[in-house]
Design a protein. Structure first.
Lengths: 115, 114
C-alpha cells in the first residue's frame, strides 16, 4: 500500500449504530487530519493530530470521536449520528507541525450515509 | 481572519480551450499556496504548490499557477483543456505559523464540452 488509505470506502448506518472509519498513511508523516465534505459546502476541518496528540478540534459534536494510536493510523468512531452527518469523510496526512511546509496528502475518502 | 475565495463555483470550457481558475486569499503574510483537484468520489490530489521563489509554478497534468502578491491571488491556468480535466478544483493556503493546517476555498467545478 502506498499513500493514504481509508476503509471502508462506503458506509451506510442507522442513527443508533456504532461504526468506525479507519485511515492509514504509509508516508512516514507525523500529522493526520479528518475533514468532512458535504455537498455544496467547503471542506470542513474536524480534527488534527500531531505526533499522536490532538491539536485541533473544530467544535465537532461528541458523536464523532477520533483516535490516533500511532502516527500511521487514525480512526473516527461514530455513534448516534444524524442524517445531516451524511458526507464524504476525508483523511489526510502531512509531515507535521514545525517540520516545514504543510503539504497534505489525502485518502480517497469514506462516503457515509446515515439513515 | 484568514480566508480563501474562489469566485467561480462552476466553469464550463470547450475541450482545447484555455482555462483560468481564480483564487484570492486573505492573510497577513505570504502563506504557502496549493491547488488540489478532486475527481468524483475521490480524494484530493495535489496539482501544484508555491512556497517561495519563482512566482510561476508548474504542476502535474500541464497545469501552472502564478502567485501575485499585490493582488493576493494564486490563479490556476492550463493552455489547452482535456476532457479528463473535468473535476472540482480547490485552492488552499497554509499559514506559515499554523503548522500543517490548510484553509480551503469552496471549490470550482470544471465541466469540459466536447
Amino acid at each position: 500500500e502506498t499513500g493514504v488509505t481509508q476503509t471502508p470506502r462506503h458506509l451506510v448506518m442507522g442513527m443508533t449504530n456504532k461504526k468506525s472509519l479507519k485511515c492509514e498513511q504509509h508516508l512516514g508523516h507525523n500529522a493526520m487530519y479528518w475533514y468532512k465534505q458535504s455537498a455544496k459546502k467547503p471542506l470542513e476541518l474536524m480534527f488534527v493530530y500531531n505526533f499522536k496528540e490532538q491539536t485541533e478540534n473544530n467544535s465537532v459534536p461528541s458523536r464523532f470521536s477520533p483516535e490516533c494510536p500511532n502516527s500511521s493510523h487514525l480512526f473516527l468512531h461514530l455513534h448516534t449520528l444524524q442524517p445531516e452527518d451524511s458526507a464524504l469523510y476525508l483523511c489526510a496526512s502531512s509531515q507535521g507541525a514545525g517540520l516545514g511546509v504543510n503539504e497534505q496528502f489525502f485518502g480517497p475518502g469514506t462516503r457515509l450515509t446515515v439513515l | 481572519a484568514q480566508s480563501v475565495t474562489q469566485p467561480d463555483i462552476h466553469i464550463t470550457v470547450s475541450e482545447g480551450a484555455s482555462l483560468e481558475l481564480r483564487c484570492n486569499y486573505s492573510y497577513g503574510a505570504t502563506p504557502y499556496l496549493f491547488w488540489y483537484v478532486q475527481s468524483p468520489g475521490q480524494g484530493l490530489q495535489l496539482l501544484l504548490k508555491y512556497f517561495s521563489g519563482d512566482t510561476l509554478v508548474q504542476g502535474i497534468k500541464g497545469f501552472e499557477a502564478e502567485f501575485k502578491r499585490s493582488q493576493s491571488s494564486f490563479n490556476l491556468r492550463k493552455p489547452s483543456v482535456h476532457w479528463s480535466d473535468a473535476a472540482e478544483y480547490f485552492c488552499a493556503v497554509g499559514p506559515v505559523d499554523q503548522g500543517g493546517k490548510l484553509i480551503f476555498g469552496q471549490g470550482t467545478e470544471l465541466s469540459v464540452k466536447p
